[in-house]
Design a protein around this ligand. Structure first.
Ligand code: ADP
Length: 167
């Protein structure tokens, strides 16, 4: 059986928490498609091309992982690529409510698509894209929480946004 899973998210930017879920997902499924949500309601720090590029570089050593853009409804995408599973990660109780709602909605939209959750690894349970952007924006060192090629780009983006403050 060819088990294909889709791991959707905004990845703004990719963190070591995401990488942990990707590595574990790659071991569980034959193929894992990391789907980067574009045209989001929320404003992102990194434009779509950067979020895709940083992720692609992060997974280049994982042969059964690919990165794609996700435009439109997740369940439509999942069915288009013939995947049966949506992969998501959960950190704390605070993630649960949103994840539960989304999984339930997706199930109503497409009953045959299952959402599979992986519990955050204890080493990454406190890492979120939102928090590492906050740390970087306040002049803190966010490099321990992101892949090595992401650190310098995060600092540069934040500096650009701050217009040189905290430098
Ligand atoms: P979204 O905007 O859809 O929440 P994110 O890029 O923030 O997208 O996250 C994508 C998925 O990865 C979500 O399921 C989120 O809970 C999960 N995730 C994010 N950070 C971690 C982490 N440190 N450990 C485990 N799962 C995580």
């Amino acid at each position: 059986m060819n088990r294909i899973a889709v791991y959707p998210g905004s990845f703004d930017p990719v963190t070591l928490g995401h990488i942990n879920i990707i590595q574990r997902g790659a071991a569980l499924f034959d193929r894992l498609i990391v789907a980067v949500a574009v045209n989001l309601e929320k404003q992102t720090l990194f434009p779509e091309e950067d979020r895709l590029r940083l992720l692609r570089k992060s997974v280049e050593t994982l042969p059964n992982v690919e990165v794609d853009r996700l435009d439109g409804l997740l369940v439509d995408y999942v069915q288009r690529v013939k995947a049966g599973v949506v992969l998501r990660g959960v950190r704390a109780v605070s993630d649960f409510d949103y994840e539960f709602q989304m999984a339930a909605m997706n199930r109503r939209l497409a009953r045959q698509v299952e959402t599979v959750f992986l519990m955050a690894d204890e080493s990454a349970a406190f890492i979120s894209s939102r928090l590492i952007k906050e740390v970087a924006a306040m002049g803190g060192d966010a490099t321990p929480f992101v892949p090595s090629h992401v650190g310098p780009e995060l600092a540069a983006r934040v500096a650009l946004k701050n217009g040189g403050r905290n430098r």
